[in-house]
Design a protein around this ligand. Structure first.
Ligand code: F6P
Length: 280
């Protein structure tokens, strides 16, 4: 696991450099979710692939930017799913973006996720690693990731990050989000999953939601690369992650690029979601 974390750290430093200096023009390609890939998406994907290919314990990788999983080493134990540069369309407006990693033991199944990591490329570069029941924050300082602290969520937070297009939300979902705002929650939504969830984690709690809606019944966010890794991080930090009704890590993934509705938050907010969705 140490070697995997070190490969992620090296990738993060190289991706940060690419963000700082490289052309961010659109490529001619689309990824498996039909999004036009940026040169930076492709470059970040290749950087991570190359760094992980040096780690013998990595059996297979799956990337949001690759149609199919890629075998790296027959004798490896770990299956790593990653979103190389989540929210990359925010780079041109200079908002924060991130990389997300899920480390699975033997197969790409939610219940086999054993560690998660994400990197935030913002005014500073931070890395969060969840493993063995602990969620640890690191800060990039002069080329090294230095440990800062453990992350813990409060029972209840103050931040609301409601994803998706309101026009397509179910009426009960809209009523629930409105009721959070009328009880004092404040809107914090940049459109980048990594910084939006990072803010909730570091400010002690709140709710990030990306529901199923009439335009996207299964939501937008991908199970293996985005939802499961953050679900593990929220649970280890003392929060919860559900799809409205069930724990997201118990969901069955049929295809590598499957999406799911998702709610991440501290315990209070998730109990409200479970109550509302349980009745609808
Ligand atoms: O998966 C891509 C992504 O950019 C996430 O980082 C983000 O949470 C989400 O899409 C935003 O989607 P929307 O603009 O539909 O709220």
């Amino acid at each position: 696991m140490k070697q995997i974390l070190e490969a992620i750290e090296r990738s993060a430093i190289r991706i940060k450099h690419a963000i700082d200096v490289k052309d961010i023009g659109y490529s001619q390609e689309q990824n498996s979710s039909g999004e036009t890939q940026l040169q930076l998406d492709i470059q970040s994907d290749l950087i991570i692939e190359e760094e992980l290919s040096h780690v013998k314990s990595v059996h297979t990788i799956a990337s949001e930017e690759k149609e199919l999983p890629m075998l790296l080493s027959e004798t490896g134990q770990y299956f790593i799913a990653f979103d190389p540069l989540d929210g990359s369309s925010l780079v041109d407006v200079n908002l924060s973006v991130g990389s997300i990693f899920g480390i699975y033991d033997g197969e790409f199944v939610g219940s086999k996720l054993i560690a998660s990591c994400y990197v935030v490329y913002g005014p500073r570069v931070e890395l969060v690693f969840a493993y063995n029941g602990k969620v640890k924050l690191y800060l990039l300082q002069e080329g090294e990731f230095e440990y800062v602290k453990e992350i813990h969520l409060n029972e209840k937070g103050k931040i609301m990050a409601p994803g998706g297009t309101q026009q397509f939300w179910a009426p009960y979902h809209k009523a629930m989000i409105d009721s959070f705002f009328t009880t004092g929650y404040r809107l914090r939504y940049s459109g980048g999953m990594v910084p939006d969830l990072h803010q909730i984690l570091l400010k002690g709690g709140g709710l990030f939601s990306y529901p199923g809606a009439t335009d996207k019944p299964e939501g937008k966010l991908r199970q293996l690369f985005e939802v499961f890794p953050f679900a593990m991080i929220f649970e280890m930090a003392g929060g919860k992650a559900i799809d409205g009704k069930i724990r997201v890590l118990d969901k069955v993934t049929a295809h590598v690029h499957d999406t799911t509705p998702c709610f991440f938050g501290s315990k209070h907010e998730i109990s409200v979601v479970a109550d509302v969705y349980g009745r609808n």
